[in-house]
Design a protein around this ligand. Structure first.
Ligand SMILES: [Zn+2]
Length: 272
């Protein structure tokens, strides 16, 4: 599932190529993906000029003139691609947006059909408030994270995955961060001291930044706007490595279930 680095990478790739373009045509093949009648969606976006992209957690926002904003969430298998204007849609293509200057097409594909691209009713800040999203995982302060840790009895893995605490971490990067910090995913978040929380936050930022530099992680479906895979899967130390030796101590990485998710950790290095 795409997490913060993949969405950031997508945003960077798109920014260079679509800012200033105008939407000439909108073809919707799966109304649930746009969350409204295709006619209403088309009416809202036709003729609009894309002025800015903004990311918060795993959401990507397209800011257009006349205050029209599109919010995209890729969920499990969503892909947003830039393709030539005459490329035929396949059976997983739910939306096509034909652009001018230069003429090209944004295509939203999604095999599992959970991804959404919707016109917002209000501002981005109102949307973030309504969804109760926490601060972006690259922006959250130690104080905010520490306060969130102190007021819960949940495991640290569950808290880091909770988009209402911090937005952007998913299963892959949470496991990678906890391994690098040598913290058990089962440990209670409230047992972290302020100093440990500060160290954890530094690691969250460094892992996410390294993954952005690596153009994201491709385990199954993630590709960027050009259709290219990321490379950070080659830098993963525990995620999807059950049975392989821990890069730190050599013991086998184990897969368990924490916070309802398949979780990879080293039983020796992450015993605390
Ligand atoms: Zn180990």
């Amino acid at each position: 599932m795409p997490e913060l680095p993949e969405v950031e990478n997508l945003a960077r790739g798109l920014s260079a190529r679509i800012l200033g373009a105008t939407i000439l045509e909108a073809r919707c093949h799966f109304p649930a993906a746009v969350g409204s009648e295709p006619e209403c969606f088309a009416e809202a976006v036709l003729g609009r000029r894309i002025q800015e992209l903004h990311r918060h957690g795993k959401y990507l926002f397209f800011l257009m003139d006349r205050d029209v904003v599109l919010a995209l969430h890729l969920r499990m298998t969503g892909q947003l691609l830039l393709v030539p204007p005459d490329q035929k849609p396949d059976k997983h293509t739910h939306l096509e947006l034909l652009l001018s200057d230069p003429r090209q097409k944004i295509v939203f594909r999604d095999v599992r059909k959970f991804g959404r691209i919707k016109v917002l009713e209000g501002s981005i800040s109102r949307f973030v408030e309504e969804k109760k999203l926490g601060a972006d995982a690259l922006e959250i302060s130690v104080e905010t994270l520490y306060r969130a840790f102190q007021k819960t009895s949940r495991s640290i893995k569950a808290v880091l995955l909770d988009q209402r605490v911090l937005a952007g971490l998913g299963n892959i990067y949470t496991d990678e961060v906890l391994f690098r910090e040598q913290i058990s995913p089962l440990r209670k978040a409230c047992s972290c001291s302020y100093e440990q929380t500060a160290s954890l936050r530094r690691t969250i930022r460094s892992v996410l930044r390294a993954a952005i530099r690596g153009r994201g992680t491709t385990i199954s479906d993630y590709v960027d706007a050009r259709g290219e895979s990321g490379s950070f899967q080659n830098s993963l130390r525990v995620y999807s490595r059950a049975g392989l030796p821990c890069p730190r101590c050599g013991r086998q990485i184990v897969k368990s279930r924490v916070a309802g998710r398949g979780t990879y950790s080293c039983p020796v290095c992450q015993s605390r």
